[in-house]
Design a protein around this ligand. Structure first.
Ligand SMILES: Nc1nc2c(ncn2[C@@H]2O[C@H](COP(=O)(O)OP(=O)(O)OP(=O)(O)O)[C@@H](O)[C@H]2O)c(=O)[nH]1
Length: 362
């Protein structure tokens, strides 16, 4: 194994991981907040109409509206207090649709007017596909009542305007979902290499830790770092350094399985998360990655290096232990990488299972 001459590695000092909020979590929190407002609004909005129906002697409709208001206030409370969304919005949607249909049979055209806000609730509270299917079923029911109870000139206009409403709501909801997806992708992808960034890492590590503790599915980590990258940058410039990072990410990705995930952890540091992989296999892979970088093809991208210097990587490998948290798992892999740097670089060090001290196998 070639161990390049060089200065001591900077003291590796793994920091306790602060919990990073992922874009998906932010979207979920915002949705829950928004849903809480909708349920509060629905509660307050229908109360005057309960009074109105009461004054007109429609006791059953009054009772139904009060049940609707009570349901919405309970959902809003549970959502606000416990961040748990009862029936995921379906309760409000189905209850309001039922109320509108009942009101249509009772109050004719006036009841039919409430179909518009009821259609809106599908798209405000449900995922696009569910909202579209639900809204179309509701629309069919309203259309049937309109055709049976209204003058055809009015019924046709009601049908046409409701269909337009559904069409616009689908377009708006699709636009929002597509924008959200793109923004999440931008926020979680490293623009230089196309790898996932560390915002995604925490969630992926949590998932692997859960699989280990719940289903005894093993997972391993490889943390790898370009050796003497500062010198490389100083020698060939940052633009060429960037090209090298991109080439490294491409090489690593080509060697990993589809189920593996590659993250850019820091400047010249990458993490490969290998689900369903034992330590021994992760070590074999890390060695393959190390020699893959060391071999001639990859060196071409650094041919301008002055003085001539081989491009190499060092790596630390760790498999998650039973009962271990992901922060400790990550720290063991970090420590193994530090050992690799300390022992001369271009080396793979494995952190053994159930032992706090890493040992060199490379
Ligand atoms: N070109 C380029 N360089 C980067 C990027 N991010 C970090 N770097 C550089 O990576 C270098 C990292 O230097 P060090 O942390 O000293 O590590 P090193 O020189 O690789 O030394 P060892 O890791 O100990 O082998 C610094 O010069 C950073 O400027 C990037 O996105 N592009």
């Amino acid at each position: 194994m070639v161990k390049p001459e060089g200065q001591e590695p900077e003291q590796f000092n793994p920091q306790p991981q602060q919990t990073l909020v992922t874009p998906s979590e932010i979207i979920l929190q915002t949705r829950q907040q928004f849903s809480t407002y909708i349920h509060v609004l629905a509660t307050l909005l229908v109360l005057p109409f309960a009074l109105l129906q009461f004054s007109q002697g429609n006791m059953l409709l009054t009772l139904a509206i009060l049940v609707f208001a009570l349901y919405n206030s309970v959902v809003a409370y549970v959502l606000f207090k416990h961040q748990h969304y009862l029936f995921n919005g379906w309760g409000l949607v189905l209850l309001s649709s039922g109320l509108v249909l009942y009101s249509c049979t009772l109050n004719g055209l006036i009841g039919l007017l409430w179909a518009y806000p009821a259609i809106a609730t599908y798209f405000l509270l449900l995922p696009l596909r569910q909202a579209t299917i639900g809204a179309l079923i509701f629309f069919s029911a309203v259309t049937t009542i309109a055709m049976l109870t209204q003058d055809p000139t009015i019924a046709i206009r009601l049908v046409a305007t409701q269909l337009l409403c559904i069409g616009f709501a689908v377009m708006f909801s699709w636009l929002l979902t597509a924008q959200q997806r793109k923004l999440v992708s931008i926020a979680t992808t490293d623009p230089l290499t196309g790898c996932s960034n560390r915002l995604e890492l925490n969630a992926a590590l949590e998932e692997s830790t859960y699989s280990r503790h719940r289903y005894q599915i093993p997972s391993s980590l490889i943390i790898l770092d370009l050796d003497h990258f500062k010198q490389v940058n100083d020698s060939i410039g940052h633009t060429e350094g960037d090209r090298l990072l991109k080439a490294l990410a491409k090489l690593l990705t080509s060697r990993l399985r589809v189920s593996d995930k590659l993250f850019r952890y820091g400047g010249e540091e990458f993490i490969a998360l290998l689900p369903n992989t034992r330590l021994i296999d992760a070590h074999t892979l890390a060695e393959a990655l190390r020699t893959g970088v060391e071999d001639g093809k990859f060196q071409l991208s650094a041919s301008k290096l002055k003085p001539p210097q081989r491009i190499t990587i060092s790596a630390g490998v760790a498999e998650i232990n039973a009962g271990e948290g992901w922060e400790n798992w990550l720290m063991r892999a970090d420590e193994a990488l530090y050992q690799a740097k300390h022992q001369g670089r271009n080396i793979v060090v494995v952190s053994p299972n159930l032992s706090p001290k890493p040992v060199s196998l490379g």
